[in-house]
Design a protein around this ligand. Sequence first.
Ligand code: ATR
Length: 265
Amino acid sequence: MHNAAFAALGLNWRYLAFEVQPDDLRAAIEGARAMGFAGLNLTVPHKLLALELVDALDPSAKKWGAVNTIRFETAGGHGRSKVRAVGFNTDADAMVTALREDLKLELRGARVLLLGAGGAGRTAALKLAAEKVADLFLVNRTQSKARTVAAEIKKQFPSTNVTVGYPESGVDLLINATSLGLKAGDKSPLDERRYSLEQARSVYDLIYRPAETALLKAAKKTGCKTANGLGMLLHQGARAFEIWTGKPAPLDVMRRALAQNIYGH
Ligand code: ATR
């Protein structure tokens, strides 16, 4: 999507993918800086590690506690100019935009059940609280991690009603932020003996490949409104594009490139 966007704007830029081991992340960031890169995106498992490795954090990265975008900035001044790495987070806002666009859902006052308390789950939970959902239910395989996230929310957003465990009644939105569903043959992360999909009006899966996880398949069958994570991927990328280039992202070009490259149509 980025290369399509660069081409559309006539920018002689390239977006490349590199596989980096966590132990090498510091060297990779330094290398990119030394080679004059404009910036980086980071994905699993680097988003938390990078918090400690950049020179400065934009408020977005501070607030959501993860870095998915780095911009290399040349500081003016005398003598040799210094390039610093600044960390941003474009995931959290992208989730809200995607929910609004794909599910026509406004989070303020909503009841939400969130599955997952890893990196993605934690950022999603904090953002949902910041958007003033009325009730937030956190479910995670390892319950202690959900409790840690709940405690963080109570501290940062004391007006959010946060509970660890399944709700006793219906929700406006169920979100999957676990990685269960990424691999072929993965089962749904929702334990339907504990909570029935009939109780969820909308279901959002952060996973976009496969386009339809076991959870989304079941949710569709039940009659829930559904969407996968492609919109979130698009919007986090569009914001990163703007951070690097300072130009408005050509959203339609990026959307088409994503669909073409991920789904082949
Ligand atoms: P990410 O950055 O994608 O969130 P992560 O931090 O490794 O990656 O988190 C993965 C999430 O998926 C966690 O919530 C994890 O549950 P645990 O905290 O119990 O590990 C969840 N997850 C992964 N595999 C799972 C499985 N087989 N069943 C249920 N949850 C699973």
